[in-house]
Design a protein around this ligand. Structure first.
Ligand code: UD1
Ligand code: UDP
Length: 373
């Protein structure tokens, strides 16, 4: 029986890995699966584990308030090494670009374990943007045995970096598998919390906002808040809904700048179920999130991305996403354009999702079945 260790630490990793973990757990005769959560995030991770009903086998509980990347990394290193040593997996699964993923890959490499990297090959080739994620991705690609690329673009980037073709597969992004799973629950068996939340959101016109990128901390988030104030003032018929990330470098300035304004509602991070309903219900989304850019086109929502450069160029090319950076004029102008120009809005909303059709997980499992342990 193949032994599979899956290591996750943050909200997006948990969402994108949930359908992978659930599928492995449903095949107990073929796979011995161990879910290690590092607890790099706490509340925001637990929200997702609860929603998908995932119970960790190990929880390293490493989160500390406002912790530095170095402290986080050293705490991750000790904990993950112990888990690998005691479980002795054939394959270690890591996802994307977080500190959890990069350190799990490094520990696995030191212990000579095969690493399966899901969401491989995203690149900006600017080591400082996204920071530190671009570096994390490149490091993991150097160490992994198997590269699960969401798109052909990602595969091409890996081939350019001399990763053997035979070690790369293109599957689409598991975020779409997770979204479809989540939407089924939202539509067929919504929780009481979701039903209450639906009643609270009265205004029919919603602009949904999220932000957390390190490049937008400091002056960037202040500029973003200024833009939101202008939009709230110019478009009083819209309600801006902003579930605020728990990183104090975002949370503190956002609450200082935007509390108490009539048509801006600041919320705690939303449970995934509430968030996907909210995306569906929104007129448009303003964000610097990676995952949201991948989900929104499946819900036919235009996305304004507050970044200068992206590793998700496919979404820009498909027309679903527009990059505006974090300066207030460009953010406000783009919102105006989408509100005032119906043809422009419709074109963005109708763009095809380049991130797949929700079959990524079954392709990944089939591949692991074929491999030697
Ligand atoms: C991390 C990832 C980023 C990912 C993002 C998703 C790294 C380096 N960064 O960024 O790639 O896009 O998660 O959201 O891996 N906090 C809480 N509760 C939580 C989560 C965070 O209080 O549930 C606070 C803590 O004070 C923590 C701080 O946020 O120290 C920063 O968390 P951290 O994981 O280091 O960075 P993120 O900005 O969340
Ligand atoms: N999300 C959520 N609640 C929120 C905001 C986002 O469940 O209040 C989900 C969202 O649907 C997406 C993921 O979190 O799947 C994105 O996470 P985040 O933006 O924190 O990280 P990134 O994708 O940028 O790494």
């Amino acid at each position: 029986m193949k032994k599979i260790l899956i290591v996750i630490g943050t909200r997006p990793e948990a969402i994108k890995m949930a359908p992978v973990v659930k599928t492995f757990l449903n095949l107990p005769n073929e796979f011995d699966t161990h879910l290690c959560v590092t607890g790099q995030h706490r509340q925001m991770l637990d929200q997702v584990l609860d929603f998908f009903n995932l119970i960790p086998d190990t929880d390293l509980n490493v989160m500390q308030p406002n912790q530095s990347l170095s402290t986080l990394s050293s705490r991750l290193m000790d904990g993950i090494t112990s888990v690998i040593n005691s479980f002795n997996p054939d394959f270690v699964f890591v996802h994307g670009d977080t500190s959890t993923a990069m350190i799990a890959a490094l520990c696995s490499f030191y212990l000579q374990k095969k690493i399966v990297h899901i969401e491989a090959g995203l690149r900006t080739y600017n080591i400082n943007s996204p920071f530190p994620e671009e570096a994390n991705r490149q490091i993991i690609s150097r160490l992994a045995s198997l590269h699960i690329a969401p798109t052909l673009n990602c595969k091409m980037a890996l081939i350019e970096e001399k990763i053997p073709k035979k070690n790369i597969i293109v599957t689409g992004n598991t975020v779409i598998d997770a979204l479809f799973l989540g939407l089924k629950i939202v539509e067929n068996s919504p929780s009481r919390k979701l039903l209450e939340f639906k009643r609270e959101i009265k205004n029919s016109k919603v602009i949904l906002v999220t932000s957390h990128r390190r490049e937008n901390q400091g002056l960037g988030i202040l500029e973003i808040c200024k833009a939101l104030k202008i939009i709230a003032n110019d478009f009083p018929e819209f309600q801006i809904i902003f579930p605020v990330h728990l990183n104090p470098k975002i949370l503190t300035p956002v609450y200082e700048e935007l509390s108490g304004l009539d048509n801006i509602t600041l919320l705690e991070p939303l449970d995934y179920e509430l968030f996907i309903w909210m995306m569906k219900r929104s007129f448009l989304i303003i964000t610097d999130s990676g995952g949201i850019q991948e989900e929104a086109p499946s819900l036919n929502k235009p996305v304004i991305v507050m970044r200068d450069i992206t590793e998700r160029q496919e979404a820009v090319e498909s027309g679903a996403v527009v990059l505006v950076g974090n300066k207030k004029e460009r953010i406000v102008n783009e919102v105006r354009k989408l509100i005032n120009n119906k043809d422009y809005y419709d074109k963005m909303a109708r763009a095809l999702n380049p991130y797949g059709n929700g079959n990524a997980v079954s392709e990944i499992i089939d591949l692991i079945r074929e491999l030697d342990g």
